[in-house]
Design a protein around this ligand. Structure first.
Ligand code: 3H9
Length: 723
């Protein structure tokens, strides 16, 4: 049994014991159930303490068991037994009490916790609802509104706030088991049956329909397309509308439906993918187990633009002092204003208090003297994408900084070696690609160069976590993983325009699929001038003309629409005119007949006959082209597992988690079908190199292997011809 039973001073102590987080697998549930029945039977036992080993109470049900058919007592069976006990039962909480863990605690007559504890019902984040009485009992402890908030967001609640809400009865200090015993003994003479009845019989006031409608509207707009938040609202409202037992039974039915849903399966995959990517390894052999991160106690950022300012903000709000460098006072002042404005916004959103924000700001040291960086542990260069400039900066940093300093470049496309070779410390140079807006977006694409050491990688992977990002390690190539995959995706969107579609049709198809924002809306946000400059730079490097009227560029299919829009003065949202028009900077995209005319004129001038393109074709072309690129990335060893690609799309481009990421999506469609379609489009569009089928995709389409093994096949750790 995975719950220890001991007796101390006539109190039974049941300790959950399932490393690493005491997840409530069937054996643990059986252990608790046996323990409380034993305590109840034993006349020498006066009370019970339930707690967890290894400094944490419990992180909820064992998510790994959801795919199999393991049984054992349900949480509500354990709970009903506790409810009917005459001996008081206290949950003594340290670390986390999440999901089923909090549900078990809510069935206990009392809950005490250390101040550092966090509680929550995060089930919604894996496409579920709390299925062990959480939606029925939590509202009885906190009131409907708080419970709706906790259950539909899945956010953790710190102990003191939880105590104010009625979840925790007492905050304690010291040894949690000793405190539990002391607490529960003080309750021995109270009739506990009355205490537990309190939970069952609580009645609600207020207009339930209004509360329900407001909550539904909120979750439908905040979690567009996700089913679980909607079911969570329904079940919490049931707690007020239905008799207690009926509410519990209905909750269990909802839980089982969601457990088998494709959305929950995808989100459970994403949960484990996020953990799998922390087990990184370098081709040279260094890995997450052996490499020790260096401490980063001080930092520097070069460039106080929106990117650099946002990065500096990430550092100072995580408690890492930062020296912010700009080339002149004017730029520096402008950058500081941006940082201040972002900090203010954080305060307005309630994420920081005014005091905390002020304290953070004192950790920022603005300067125009790059020499001030000489003693920092790590520098992130965030100037614009110009190789010559970046090399100059790295050459200078190499001279100025102490020998231990790690030098990071926030590049979105340049090879790391092309920058690292400007220094004599290539092992300490690494790419840290932030996504705009850098303070908000969670993805941090860390890129190793040929000579980057495992220690350097370990340091930036740890730093990513410290500044609350999701760090993913990838190899260096043009555009790295994120932008390299985005390229065919966006190109296909443009080809669809010149073949007959419109920006709003393409964007609607993507948003109906679940993307929060369409491709052309994103392009307007980043600015059409960026796309234009990238293309112009590629032409310059190749020594050729960038011709907007040619259907070919560098031997490949070309769509000159970006050039034409740029020429027509359409820069994107910043000047109110891009693929759409905008009435203000915060305005919504409006279809602009001028753009439609421009596209039609473009087609006429090139003799392209426009046709109706169905939504399935638009989706397939954008997604399969990008997925094919993903397989090439695996094939080239730039990622070691498909999970890395999925996490990049979830956190870098807001791919809906309930679709698991593009590679997971491909696994659900079936690689055979994807491969056939890629071959079909390759034949149809022979001048688009991105349709050349990946040989790994070709290989995997012939066999049925789980996604978790695709990386092994790519790297020869699994030989498919021997299967
Ligand atoms: C539920 O409770 C349903 C009920 O309402 C009804 C049921 C009847 N199961 O994240 P970390 C593993 S649904 C299995 O790196 P941290 C994790 O995979 C559940 N494994 O650490 C990793 O393994 P590995 C509702 C789990 O300190 C290791 O533990 N609960 C579970 O950064 C360390 O995890 C949740 O959704 C689990 N429940 O964060 C909570 N939890 O080393 C999910 C963790 O092999 N968990 N593991 O990669 C979390 O949010 C975080 O893990 C936690 C710790 C905050 C607890």
């Amino acid at each position: 049994m995975m719950a220890d039973y001991t007796v101390r001073d006539q109190v039974a102590v049941i300790e959950l014991d399932n490393p690493p987080v005491n997840a409530l697998g069937s054996a643990v549930r059986a252990g608790i159930y046996d323990g409380i029945r034993k305590a109840d039977r034993d006349p020498n036992i006066k009370a019970v303490v339930i707690c967890g080993k290894r400094g944490t109470f419990c992180a909820g049900a064992d998510i790994r068991e959801f795919d199999g058919g393991k049984n054992g007592p349900w949480i509500t069976d354990i709970g009903d037994f506790i409810d009917n006990m005459k001996k008081p039962v206290v949950a003594a909480i340290e670390g986390f009490a999440l999901g089923g863990g909090l549900e078990v605690a809510l069935f206990c007559h009392y809950r005490i916790a250390l101040k550092t504890v966090r509680v929550g019902q995060p089930e919604v984040q894996i496409g579920l609802l709390p299925g062990g009485g959480g939606t029925i009992r939590l509202p009885r402890a906190t009131g409907l509104k708080n419970a709706l908030d906790i259950i539909t967001t899945g956010n953790h609640v710190p102990a003191e706030k939880a105590a104010k809400m009625g979840i925790i009865d007492q905050i304690v200090t010291g040894d949690i088991i000793e405190e539990g015993i002391k607490f529960v003994k003080s309750k021995c003479n109270i009739d506990t049956s009355l205490v537990c009845l309190r939970m069952k019989t609580v009645k609600y006031s207020g207009d339930l329909d209004d509360i329900s409608e407001a909550a539904m509207t909120k979750v439908k707009s905040k979690f567009k397309g996700a089913i679980a938040p909607i079911v969570c609202v329904k079940s919490v409202i049931n707690s007020a509308k239905m008799p207690y037992e009926k509410g519990i039974d209905t909750e269990k039915e909802h839980f089982q439906d969601l457990r088998h849903s494709s959305q929950s399966k995808a989100m459970r995959y994403a949960f484990f993918a996020e953990r799998a990517i922390t087990r990184w390894q370098l081709p040279s052999g260094g890995n997450y187990k052996t490499a020790k991160p260096l401490p980063v106690k001080t930092s520097g950022v070069i460039g106080a633009g929106t990117m650099g300012g946002g990065i500096a903000l990430c550092l100072i709000t995580s408690g890492i002092p930062c020296i912010l460098v700009e080339q002149n006072q004017q730029f520096l002042d402008k950058g500081l204003e941006i940082v201040k404005a972002q900090l203010m916004r954080t305060v307005q959103l309630g994420k920081l208090s005014t005091e905390q924000a002020k304290k953070c700001f004192t950790m920022l040291k603005p300067t125009t003297n790059i020499e001030d960086l000489k003693n920092v542990d790590l520098v992130i260069e965030a100037v614009y994408e110009d190789l010559k400039l970046k090399r100059e900066i790295f050459e200078k940093l190499d001279r100025i900084c102490k020998s231990e300093t790690i030098l990071c470049t926030n590049t979105s496309s340049l090879h790391i070696d092309s920058i690292a070779t400007a220094t004599k410390r290539q092992s300490k140079v690494v790419g840290t690609h932030f996504f705009a807006p850098s303070y908000i977006m969670k993805l941090l694409e860390n890129i190793y160069g040929t000579k980057t050491s495992a220690e350097t990688v370990a340091t930036v992977m740890k730093l990513g976590k410290t500044i609350k990002k999701v760090p993913v390690l990838v190899g260096s190539c043009t555009g790295f993983v994120a932008n390299r995959m985005l390229k065919p995706y966006s190109e296909e969107a443009q080809y669809c325009l010149e073949e007959g579609s419109t920006p709003s049709i393409v964007d609607t198809v993507l948003m109906d699929f679940g993307m929060p924002i369409g491709n052309f809306q994103v392009s307007d946000l980043s600015g059409l001038d960026i796309g234009f400059r990238i293309k112009r730079e590629a032409a310059r490097k190749a020594g050729v003309e960038l011709s907007k009227n040619s259907r070919f560029f560098l031997g490949q299919r070309n769509c000159g629409l970006i050039e034409k829009l740029y020429e027509a003065g359409r820069m994107g949202k910043k000047n109110g005119k891009g693929w759409y028009k905008y009435e203000s900077l915060n305005g919504k995209p409006i279809v602009d007949p001028e753009v439609t005319m421009l596209i039609e004129e473009h087609c006429r001038s090139l003799g392209i006959e426009r046709r109706n393109i169905g939504s399935q074709e638009i989706l397939e072309r954008m997604q399969y082209a990008m997925i094919n690129e993903g397989f090439k990335i695996l094939e080239e060893g730039l990622c070691t597992m498909a999970e890395e690609i999925d996490v990049i799309w979830i956190y870098g481009f807001s791919w809906p988690k309930y679709m698991g990421g593009p590679m997971y999506y491909a696994s659900q469609i079936g690689l055979k079908k994807i491969y056939e379609k890629v071959c079909y489009y390759h034949k149809t569009f022979p001048y688009s190199m991105h349709w050349v089928p990946s040989s790994l995709l070709a290989k995997l389409s012939q066999i049925d292997l789980p996604l978790s093994e695709w990386g092994d096949v790519a790297q020869g750790r699994k030989l498919v011809n021997k299967l």
